[in-house]
Design a protein around this ligand. Structure first.
Ligand code: BV8
Length: 257
């Protein structure tokens, strides 16, 4: 049952976005932690979020990892265990369904949880990596993800180097190929949906404005205005797991004529 979020676009209302999606050749859906919130994955900066309990400086950077690999490896093992218990929510599923309704759809996600792929999306750019992959910092071999209860740091079985998650930490460069493809998709987009992100982490947070400067119609879907909201073409306020299914239902109905 539609809850009417979609009809409440703050500026232009639903018809503009629906019309743009109906005629779009290329769509980008840019996501942050908010798209996974309704799956039970804590966000970073909301009340009760990850950074409320841990400081990014303490955990999500190389210096912290080298200073205390057991703590950082344990934190990621805890997050991986959480991710094993959660599943994609209707927001992730709606994005995968929208991919079938438009000629080209690219998911550009800041999330490391792998939920877009599990929901069935196929063209996904993971700007900040993927928590389920790990590698050795010395020989860079794929290494087993895991966390020894022995409280010893998990080390590479080939060379003994420390094993780290394959995520982008603060102060680390993003994979140039991934951010390059995300930039290109943003420049080519006719419609750019920015979903569930506070818009505070760069260079990812540049992408909505890169898209808008290149002519895209940029709409935010969030439960509260992000740092980017005032610059965007419209904002739909509501939980992604309810708004996105409404959007996709409307596009599907329109495509049936
Ligand atoms: C880099 C992976 C070159 C690890 C993460 C000063 C100014 C500007 C930039 C910088 C600066 N100093 C340093 C920088 C660069 C820095 C940065 O941007 N810092 C910020 C904090 C100021 N960036 C970097 O370091 C990047 N690398 O730039 O390299 C360089 C190097 C050094 C110095 C300069 C340049 C690397 C950034 C990547 C860091 N890795 N994660 C891990 O996950 O463990 S960041 C982390 O934040 C996650 O990836 C997360 O996805 C990302 C962004 O957060 P959001 O996804 O937006 O989540 P958040 O909780 O913030 O917001 C949730 C939103 O959802 C809210 O708006 C909420 O309202 C909404 N919501 C909640 N529920 C719902 C919902 N919406 C819809 N429905 C719901 N149900």
């Amino acid at each position: 049952m539609n809850s009417g979020y979609f009809t409440a676009g703050r500026r232009t209302g639903a018809s503009e976005l629906l019309d743009r999606l109906e005629h779009a050749q290329s769509v980008v859906v840019f996501t942050g932690a908010g798209i996974s919130a309704e799956s039970g994955v804590p966000t970073f900066r909301d009340p009760g979020g990850i950074w409320e309990r841990f400081k990014p400086d303490e955990l999500a950077n190389v210096r912290a990892f080298l200073a205390n690999p057991v703590l950082v490896q344990g934190w990621y093992a805890h997050r991986r265990q959480l991710m094993e218990r959660v599943k994609p929510n209707p927001g992730h599923v709606a994005i995968a369904e929208l991919e079938q309704l438009v000629p080209k759809l690219t998911v550009v996600t800041q999330n490391v949880d792998g939920l877009h792929a599990r929901a069935g999306s196929s063209d996904i750019l993971e700007l900040h990596g993927n928590i389920h992959r790990t590698y050795c910092i010395d020989c860079r071999e794929d290494a087993r993800a895991g966390h020894d209860e022995s409280n010893e740091a998990v080390r590479c079985r080939y060379c003994g180097g420390l094993v780290r998650p394959d995520v982008v930490w603060f102060g680390e460069m993003l994979d140039p190929d991934v951010i390059g493809r995300a930039d290109e998709a943003s420049r080519e987009a006719d419609v750019f949906l920015s979903v569930g992100t506070s818009g505070l982490v760069y260079p990812a947070a540049d992408l909505p404005l890169v898209a808008q400067r290149s002519g895209a119609y940029v709409v935010e879907i969030n439960i509260a205005p992000s740092a980017l909201a005032e610059y965007l073409d419209d904002c739909i306020t509501g939980p992604a797991g309810e708004v996105l299914p409404e959007v996709v239902d409307a596009v599907r109905r329109a495509s049936r004529g």
